[in-house]
Write a protein of this length. Structure first.
Length: 78
């Protein structure tokens, strides 16, 4: 196994943690910042929705990256 494939696998797995981060922050901004921080409700909504939207985008991109990296049919020993 070459180091390029290991690097791609690491980035694919790191993508899972980033998806959780973006979706977690989106939920945090939408539902839990009201009592903790003094932030305008519109800004909380915009930030939360943006994080959730980007998290959903990252779900699809990470799925594609994991599928290509771990489950590709091409021969690694060429």
């Amino acid at each position: 196994m070459d180091s390029n494939k290991i690097s791609k696998q690491f980035h694919a797995m790191f993508g899972i943690f980033m998806v959780a981060f973006y979706i977690g922050f989106g939920i945090f901004f939408l539902f839990f910042t009201e009592k903790l921080f003094v932030i305008d409700k519109a800004i909380r909504g915009i930030m939360g929705f943006t994080f959730l939207l980007f998290g959903c985008f990252r779900i699809f991109m990470t799925y594609k990256q994991i599928k290509d990296t771990f489950f590709s049919k091409k021969d690694d020993y060429e």
